[in-house]
Design a protein around this ligand. Structure first.
Ligand SMILES: [Zn+2]
Length: 100
């Protein structure tokens, strides 16, 4: 997940806050561990969108709006979350592996 934020120091605080919140959440719901990565990605994206509404930009090769819209995390709740292009419906990268 941290890798998706591309080592931009601006996002360190965003990620720290999201991790802190989900740590609390996980204490309330220990069985939710498999959902945490996807939820963290969505938390971080929501926070980043206040500054960069198109993060992370779409890199899905067949997308008609390539580079002009944000990817979204799917599933909303579940294991093995992916960044997905909502225009083509195709997955671009696993959460945590956005940059190769
Ligand atoms: Zn797209």
């Amino acid at each position: 997940m941290a890798a998706d934020l591309a080592r931009d120091p601006r996002w360190d605080l965003v990620l720290d806050a999201a991790v802190e919140h989900r740590r609390w959440w996980l204490e309330q719901w220990p069985n939710g561990a498999e959902h945490v990565l996807g939820l963290l990605a969505q938390d971080a994206q929501e926070a980043v969108h206040a500054v960069e509404p198109d993060w992370p930009r779409c890199t899905e090769g067949s997308c008609p709006e390539l580079g002009r819209h944000a990817l979204f995390v799917e599933p909303d709740l579940g294991p093995d979350p992916f960044w997905v292009c909502h225009r083509t419906g195709l997955p671009v990268a696993a959460v945590g592996h956005l940059h190769g």
